[in-house]
Design a binder for this molecule. Structure first.
Ligand code: HXC
Ligand code: NAP
Length: 290
């Protein structure tokens, strides 16, 4: 599938993607490059980033700057701001995609385990947002986009991934708060909430071993399938592009309807055999007047 946007839609723009060496971040990076953007990808593992950079540059003809940076460390994030500006002259967009997560009953978690996820997801997004935001505001540069990758349990909450749910809820609050505060500086702040998109990083930590077969994720989704990376990457590209210039403070859900299905009280009636409905209707109608 080709991108929905025209090939030069992001020409001359530079986007930073945290966690850009793997999974969804890597797919987003590929699409941004196809659309003509320069992309700076960051994470803790420089060898992974360099491999991704080589492969995507070869595939797209674009330019990738791979930089090691633990988003928990503000000094390292500031160094990314410096290096990306030095390499490309300016940065136009920041995608806060890096995350840490694993399933666990909450009572089994140490305080350190909880803190680790909050530090990566919430403080990591805060650190990058602060460092790039301060740089843009100080220089008086406008027409900037921050895009935060959250998930639908940022607003519903979810058991067994409680640190991640707390952190993503914080990131969503950050998104909306700064949309209100930093709009005046020409900085837009939006979020995307993906449903299930297969990646090694997420699947190995959230559905390890036989769990994947036991809990068929496609059954949770009204559209009956998982997301395709291209579908998410296109949405992300639109939201960091000037074409979405009046979209600010929004969270766009891309989950095939998963959270709506999980939320409705009677959606479990999916399990009723279609042939049973005549009998059920008769039973319900017979209650008239009783
Ligand atoms: C209980 C655990 C644990 C587990 C780690 N800890 N794994 N506790 N169950 N499975 C505890 C450790 O014992 C330690 O606490 C603390 O957490 C920190 O662990 P470290 O291994 O030292 O942390 P670190 O090296 O920083 O690694 C972070 C990580 C790791 C999150 C634990 O998995 C990682 O690097 N993840 C990055 C990639 C990732 O998670 N991708 C998935 C994103 S998917 P103590 O007290 O023992 O010192 C996603 C999807 C959302 O976000 C929505 C899906 C629908
Ligand atoms: P992934 O491949 O594991 O991506 C996570 C990335 O974050 C990795 O590249 C990792 O690289 C980086 N990272 C982790 N800790 C970091 C740190 N301290 N500093 C810098 N980088 C760090 O998983 P994914 O599925 O693509 O997830 C990408 C995003 O989508 C996340 O925000 C996730 O919450 C969100 N999401 C995913 C799904 C899904 O179904 N896959 C659904 C909803 C939301 P290093 O290990 O090299 O640091």
């Amino acid at each position: 599938m080709e991108s929905m946007m025209r090939p030069d839609a992001l020409k001359g723009r530079t986007i930073v993607v945290t966690g850009g060496g793997t999974g969804l971040g890597r797919s987003m990076t590929g699409t941004l490059l196809e659309l003509g953007a320069n992309v700076c990808i960051t994470s803790r593992k420089l060898d992974v980033l360099e491999g991704t950079a080589r492969e995507l540059e070869k595939a797209t003809g674009g330019t990738v700057l791979p930089l090691a940076c633990d988003v928990r460390n503000y000094a390292e994030v500031e160094q990314v701001v410096k290096s990306a500006n030095a390499r490309f002259g300016k940065v136009d967009g920041l995608i806060n995609n890096a995350a840490g997560n694993f399933i666990s009953p909450t009572e089994r978690l140490s305080s350190k385990a909880f803190q680790t996820i909050i530090d990566i997801v919430l403080m990591g997004s805060v650190n990058c947002t602060l460092a790039f935001g301060k740089d843009w505001i100080t220089k008086g540069e406008r027409d900037k986009a921050i895009l935060n990758i959250v998930t639908t349990y940022a607003w519903t909450g979810s058991g067994y991934v409680v640190p991640s749910a707390c952190a993503k809820a914080g990131v969503l609050a950050l998104t909306r708060s700064l949309a209100a505060e930093w709009g005046k500086y020409g900085i837009r702040s939006n979020a995307v909430a993906p449903g299930p998109f297969p990646t090694k990083g997420a699947w190995s930590r959230l559905m390890p071993g036989e769990m994947l077969e036991k809990f068929d994720m496609t059954k949770r989704v009204p559209l009956g399938r998982l997301g395709e990376h291209r579908e998410l990457a296109d949405l992300v590209a639109y939201l960091v592009s000037p074409y979405s210039g009046y979209v600010n403070g929004e969270v766009v859900t891309i989950d095939g309807g998963e959270w709506i299905k999980g939320g409705g009280q009677f959606n479990m009636l999916d399990m009723v055999e279609p042939g049973m409905w005549d009998a059920i209707e008769q039973m319900v109608r017979s209650t008239k007047g009783s």
